[in-house]
Design a protein around this ligand. Sequence first.
Ligand SMILES: Cc1ncc(COP(=O)(O)O)c(C=O)c1O
Length: 379
Amino acid sequence: MTGTTTGVPFVDLPALVQPSKAEYLAAFERVLDTGGFIGGPAVSEFEDAFARYCGAPHGISVRTGTDALVLALRAIGVGPGDEVITAANSFFATAEAISHAGATPVLADVDDATLLIDAGDAARRVTERTRCIIPVHLFGQIADMAAVQALAAAHRLHVLEDSAQAHGATRTGPSGEVWRAGSIAEVAAFSFYPTKNLGALGEGGAVTTRDPQIAEHVKQLRDHGQAGRHDHVDVGYNARLDALQCACLSISLAKLDAGNAKRRMLAEHYRAALAGVSGVRLIAEAPGSSPVHHLMVVRVDAARRDAIRDQLSKAGIATAIHYPRPIHLQRAYAHLGQGPGTCPNAERAANEMISLPMFPDLTIAQVDRVVEALRSAVG
Ligand SMILES: Cc1ncc(COP(=O)(O)O)c(C=O)c1O
């Protein structure tokens, strides 16, 4: 994942964890000394701190972000026979979780400017079987939740925020209130995959919710459906997050705002430098939106995208694509029958996007190198 010493890596995980190494090791020692590897104070302390950070009354840690989505869907009662609408341009796990809950994913197109779910397109896909909508706060920007909530209210749908890429993101609501990822809808799912804005030293995830019943149900589901010891009221999972990860996540959570501020500063630098470069299109930031820049995505001419990436690579600059094929065109979902042309904005974006290096320890000098290399590649 890291690049050469002279190049610009896409993400630099060793640099990210290095400043916290002594704190992580001390946390390891505390957990080793207590022997409380599953559950215990390290888990509940992290859950409370993370819920507080998101502005949600309840936080439940789970094994992965995918589990967070599956358990949240099951806890709100989504199951076989139901349809769940989500964005065609997301990581595959968003739709996969719908399938694991026993329901059918329905992929909606994204807005061409923000690449966030288009609530108008989602509305056209509502049927009498639709139970839930999952807006994805893609690249660190909160979806148009006012439009999503209005659609949900009109059709009595549940709303689950896929906040895997948006720890700490905010957006102004219709009455001027500041909405924060994880506390806008009734329930939200987060991933702590190591490269995320809040990353574990391995896998991790969490559900946040304002609803005590959903919280209780997720807690049961992550622990084999147990309401009490050997009292299984549901068929659940072993989806608990261990104490070592939670202890380390508490340390990283305290540094999340500082990391997000660095990402914002870097994104602003990128955006200012790229604004005048013809042939490079930026992803729009919605009014009132304060994204946390999980990814720095730009769009270029589809016919030249791969050649541009090759040229960047030759200049030592690592890039990626999020995501090269929209979910409805993945082979695993061929049976859904949503062929090419059904989500045109997502399909066009898939051929035009390039994700540029973005992580808190990236330097302005490195951003300038990326910008210059991109300018010469598109020129
Ligand atoms: C938008 C989105 N949803 C869901 C997931 C799944 O999270 P995890 O990899 O922790 O299972 C991810 C991250 O990989 C993601 O980016």
